[in-house]
Unconditional design. Structure first.
Length: 289
């Protein structure tokens, strides 16, 4: 039986992962990327206004938060619209959720995340994107999935075409619960299998560059975890930036919170990070008024 504290933490994750519920079904093109367990899973594509079918644009695939048990794919709608204004194709993913009262590891979540990445890369030509410039992004449990597809081998769905890589080429991680080892978030679900799921425990020189955003008052992710992650990535020779936001709790970055102060700051930092990779150029288009 899950403890009361565990249930409260899950509820907190679900609440703070969403700025609002208006974007439960995101705008943009809807595509079914997978049919499993008698249901269809969709992803939602936001394109730049000047998009053409012959383009080869950078892209980002977003995974919503919610403790692997809740949340909606529209969490990153404003982020998607902003990055589309900067010339990127943005994708938001629906994935299967775990039973809130259960204790199973996020096998289906990570499998769906990899399936979504493969679908996007496999359809790069029709989406007008460069298959070598596909970032993964996400918040909280979605940040875990965004890091997982960039860093962890395995976890593939049995019927996936594994000749298509699911690995992202950059990672944008908003308070990601990426340490699932002993004492880390989600360790009760993954147990001794943590190395199968925990990006923190799978750092290698093959990892894509990353930027991590975290509030200093996050009760789910110790600040030191982010600093240790950065140190481990840099030791492996991988670019990693960490930004700590003083006094901010879990979910601080969402659109609609704190008069969008931290949404604006993290989006502009994301812009700068992607520009440093050569993926976008020119001045930011964010209206901070």
């Amino acid at each position: 039986m899950p403890s009361l504290r565990s249930l409260l933490i899950v509820c907190l994750l679900i609440v703070v992962s969403q700025a609002r519920t208006a974007n439960a079904v995101p705008p943009g093109e809807s595509h079914v990327y997978k049919k499993v367990d008698g249901r269809s899973l969709s992803l939602y594509v936001t394109k730049p206004s000047e998009w053409q079918a012959t383009d080869s644009r950078p892209a980002i695939v977003f995974f919503h938060g919610g403790g692997w048990t809740g949340g909606e794919p529209g969490q990153f709608t404003e982020h998607s619209e902003y990055l589309a204004s900067r010339g990127m194709v943005a994708v938001q993913v629906q994935y299967r959720l775990l039973d809130r009262k259960g204790n199973e590891p996020p096998v289906t979540c990570v499998a769906d995340a990899k399936s979504a990445m493969r679908w996007v890369r496999g359809h790069a030509k029709e989406l007008g994107i460069d298959p070598q410039r596909i970032a993964s992004g996400g918040g909280s449990a979605g940040g875990h999935l965004a890091a997982f597809v960039g860093m962890v081998d395995g976890g593939d769905a049995a019927d996936d075409d594994t000749t298509i890589s699911a690995k992202s080429n950059a990672m944008v991680l908003f308070n990601p619960v990426f340490d699932n080892g002993p004492g880390g978030w989600g360790d009760k679900r993954v147990g001794e299998r943590y190395k199968e799921f925990s990006p923190f425990h799978n750092v290698s020189k093959e990892d894509p560059p990353a930027i991590v955003f975290l509030g200093s008052k996050d009760t789910l992710i110790p600040e030191q975890t982010a600093h240790d992650f950065k140190a481990n990535m840099e030791k492996a020779g991988v670019k990693c930036e960490v930004m700590i936001f003083e006094g901010q709790p879990h979910g601080f970055f969402n659109h609609g919170r704190s008069d969008n102060k931290y949404y604006n700051e993290t989006v502009l930092a994301t812009d700068k990070f992607l520009a440093s990779l050569g993926w976008i150029s020119g001045p930011p288009t964010l209206d901070t008024k």
